[in-house]
Ligand binder design. Structure first.
Ligand SMILES: C[S@@+](CC[C@H](N)C(=O)[O-])C[C@H]1O[C@@H](n2cnc3c(N)ncnc32)[C@H](O)[C@@H]1O
Length: 304
């Protein structure tokens, strides 16, 4: 669901560039795992296909690609895996007779909420599952007419903020925290003062916000459902192995929320909390698969 939107954004950027230009693209919050290089591969194969279709001279165009994440991200792992993976994607492009444009990839450690690019220097931003805690976007760094593809968890039309696929997994985490209060492992007042700065917006809310803001034109917006447990590719709504599914969902939630939990409750309760969470989740998954509504938007920076 996200790939076609990203491809469309790349094509729009390519149309706007004059021959011989360098396209500057960045993945904000790239992480360091099997998905890290998917965005670069998608961008490069779209450029390859575009060049082939338009009989453009690919050699005239170059791509500068920035991989951004927080300084603690394992950039060494990313760059060690880059060589073979990128080469194989370039070979794939050659086999399809598309001539790849030269691509220069750079790691950019730093928070995307600070200025990390010169003014108006980037043609394309992609950010997937990072605008979770705050919703600030780097509008100043994007060239006028540049594109931004954002993917984030949302909620379905008609659902209240405290309902739906995203709220379900957080509600179960709060049940696990309440369990630790009952066990005397967490103070009641500590739990009362814990705030989760998380909001899953609806399509209408996102659309309204973008229109109200006036900095971007909304070129595409879609909502689709993705399964929380990415390892579960079975058909139907029934979870075949609730325990292993619960463990894999808990890992995702833990990866995202661990710093907040440690900061507020201390690290001593971490393992116990997530053990309780796994068992509560596993029980809940007996009702059916946990799905996460995901919103993907394509924005164009307004020319004013
Ligand atoms: C859920 S992962 C998403 C990874 C990848 N984009 C994907 O879709 O699979 C969120 C990533 O955002 C990064 N992140 C969180 N806050 C950030 C910030 N302020 N600036 C840059 N990266 C940030 C985290 O370090 C983490 O790698």
């Amino acid at each position: 669901m996200v790939a076609p939107v990203l491809q469309k954004a790349v094509r729009e950027v390519l149309k706007s560039l004059s021959p011989g230009s360098t396209m500057v693209a960045a993945d904000l919050g790239c992480s360091s795992g099997p998905n890290t290089l998917l965005v670069i591969s998608e961008v490069m194969s779209t450029i390859g296909a575009y060049v082939q279709e338009t009989a453009d001279d690919s050699r005239a165009m170059e791509v500068q690609f920035f991989l951004n994440d927080l300084p603690g991200n394992d950039f060494n792992l990313v760059f060690r895996s880059l060589e073979p993976q990128l080469r194989s994607s370039l070979f794939a492009a050659e086999e399809e007779k598309a001539v790849p444009a030269p691509c220069y990839i750079t790691g950019l450690p730093g928070s995307m909420y600070t200025r990390i690019f010169p003014c108006q220097s980037v043609h394309l931003f992609d950010s997937s599952h990072c605008l979770i805690w705050r919703s600030k976007v780097p509008e100043d760094e994007l060239v006028s007419g540049g594109r931004m593809v954002l993917t984030f968890a949302g909620r379905k039309r008609g659902e209240m903020p405290m309902h739906g696929g995203v709220a379900r997994v957080w509600e179960l985490l709060s049940e696990a925290l309440r369990h630790l209060v009952q066990e005397g492992r967490i103070e009641k007042k500590k739990l009362r003062s814990f705030n989760m700065p998380y909001y899953a917006p609806s399509l209408d809310e996102v659309t309204q916000l973008i229109k109200h803001n006036d900095l971007f034109d909304l070129e595409d917006i879609k909502l689709f459902e993705s399964i929380w447990d990415a390892h579960d590719d079975s058909d139907g709504d029934v979870v075949i192995d609730c325990s292993s599914s619960a463990e894999s969902i808990a890992k995702i939630i833990r990866a995202g929320i661990e710093p907040l939990i440690v900061n507020h409750f201390g690290k001593d309760i971490l393992d116990e909390l997530f053990m309780v969470y796994v068992s509560i989740l596993a029980k809940d998954l007996e009702k059916g698969k946990a799905m996460c509504p995901v919103i993907v938007v394509m924005l164009k920076k307004s020319k004013h």
